[in-house]
Design a protein around this ligand. Structure first.
Ligand SMILES: [Zn+2]
Ligand SMILES: [Zn+2]
Length: 220
């Protein structure tokens, strides 16, 4: 795969490098240097203030399409990291500037030997999708396969990064997730064939039933 997220737990506060395969025989990689994910998100969103009073500056290249997503993600990283800092009893203020808080969180997680944390994994994946490294993410017109969600058109995919997220339920798919990015891709191609109006067959009947039940329950 062309890009590999860092193996060590990252909290998006440091610059990082990805390796892009530029020729396959012999394999040759080109290294790309990136700003920290928090830095990229901050650039994408326009001038605003986060809940801890830290000012994010408007900057070049912000594209309206992803601006609100980036901003919403910064806000959820802000509140979720504050909650984690509190829950873990770390010696940093839950309202300290975001990067400072994330660094403290990273040190604490490393010290405890944590290499995977679902909340942090979700920040990473969503940041990769919303930071608009290569323009807007691809959004297929398919249902989200997460039970209880089943929203249409809410999935955003970065094919080059093999990362996908759902805006509605914040599900995340990567090579390491379960279900994985590959399984999401299979679902997307299956559902674009089966879960469309006017189509009937026995293969998808159960899934359609489940989707209908979920929607009915949500509307109550
Ligand atoms: Zn969803
Ligand atoms: Zn079908």
């Amino acid at each position: 795969m062309p890009h590999q997220p860092p193996r060590r737990l990252t909290l998006g506060v440091d610059p990082f490098v990805t390796h892009v395969l530029v020729s396959s025989d012999p394999p040759r990689f080109h290294s790309v240097q990136h700003d920290s994910l928090v830095g990229q998100l901050t650039r994408v969103s326009t001038l605003t203030t986060n809940t801890s009073g830290e000012v994010f500056h408007a900057s070049y290249g912000s594209k309206p399409a992803g601006r609100l997503d980036a901003l919403a993600l910064l806000h959820s990283i802000d509140s979720e990291s504050g909650a984690m800092v509190r829950a873990m009893g770390l010696p940093v203020s839950p309202t300290a500037p975001l990067k400072e808080r994330l660094r403290a969180l990273r040190e604490a997680l490393h010290a405890r030997g944590v290499v995977d944390e679902p909340t942090v994994r979700s920040w990473w994946a969503r940041a990769r999708v919303y930071s608009q490294l290569d323009g807007p993410a691809y959004s297929p017109n398919v249902l989200c396969p997460t039970r209880g969600c089943f929203e249409r058109g809410t999935i955003h995919i970065r094919l080059s990064e093999r990362v996908a997220v759902c805006d509605a339920c914040t599900s995340v798919w990567t090579d390491d997730s379960s279900p994985s990015f590959e399984e999401l891709a299979s679902w997307a191609s299956w559902s674009s064939e089966h879960l469309v109006s006017g189509h009937t067959c026995s293969e998808c009947a159960v899934t359609k039933e489940l989707v209908a039940t979920t929607r009915a329950e949500r509307n109550h």
